[in-house]
Design a protein around this ligand. Sequence first.
Ligand code: ATP
Length: 365
Amino acid sequence: MSYEIATLRGDGIGPEIIDQSVKALDAALRIFPNVQMNFTYLDGGADYYARTGQVAPDNTWKEMAAADAILFGSMGHPEIRMPDGTEVQGHFIVKARKTLDLYAGIRPIKSYPGARGVDPNAEVDLVLVRESTEGLFASFGGGAQIGDDVFADMMIVTRKGTDRVSRYALELARTRRGRPSDGTQLVTCVDKANIFRSLAFFRQVFDEVATEYPDISTDHALVDSFSMLMMQHPERYDVLVTENMFGDILSDLAAALVGGLGLAPSGDIGEDHAMFQPAHGSAPDIAGQDRANPVATIVSARMMLEWLAARHDDDNLRKAADLIERSVIATMAEGQRTVDLDGDLTCSQFGDAVAATITRLGAEL
Ligand code: ATP
């Protein structure tokens, strides 16, 4: 099988981390020569905007829509702003989610060897499912301005949007081993149903959908106290489902449980398209220094293989995904790490190390 991958390196550390994930994919696909992957590199981002006045050319949007999957690095630079004062990355990512209808933002958070989170003894293996097309991002790029001193963005929660993201979370729970504390397959709806009508509705729709999944346990949490509970007892959680903005914030917070943003992958999934990218941004403070941690991007590429494997029933891709995951774990277990995890490898050295492990473990298959 052959797959077309629309690839956006973007800004900041984006090119560095994408290069490592392509390195890992190339190494894995050498083990499975029946699978081919063509990477088409596309323009877009803050630097592109500074040069052209456009966030991305038309061709990028066309290629993204036509590709089998999208692999994305990161975008944005705090000094490059749109006329409304916002940064460029939101305009790209929110447009991609809306036009390709990527409604479920999947953010797995799990421990990797040698990476210390806020509680080094905590058992963490949870997935945050972020509704990605509505919520507080629904009016993005619009909103309302009343005079010079009043601005508004509106929270939009629809039955359709909540139904499908709840369903996604419940289906996902069925495929997992359950929460680390006792193996219960659990979906926790994180909301603020005690204050906002829109989020009370989110909870109501979630509860309605959950009745169709009697085999999956469910509960609710209010986002404020949940933020504390997740940090104190991450082992009690399995799958979380939440509104767009809450998901944005909680996923960065959750990354602290396992050692930081460099370990937080993500997939933006829709019915017909999917985009895979690290949960972090372009990290301009370390860009161009070859010191970013590429794990989140390599693991995002692994998620891309799993999504393609399920969609095309391609067992080789499934095996390639598994090989990449095992190789990241094995590489880190050998003590090979980037500087954010107190290691001494550069971004590209770590990418080389993972590729070498893939080749070694692949030869044993
Ligand atoms: P955005 O809003 O675009 O998501 P952000 O404001 O959340 O971006 P990031 O770019 O994610 O900011 O960076 C936050 C901090 O995390 C920075 O100090 C950055 O250096 C660090 N960081 C982010 N990604 C990585 C990575 N892959 N490796 C090491 N450090 C990282």
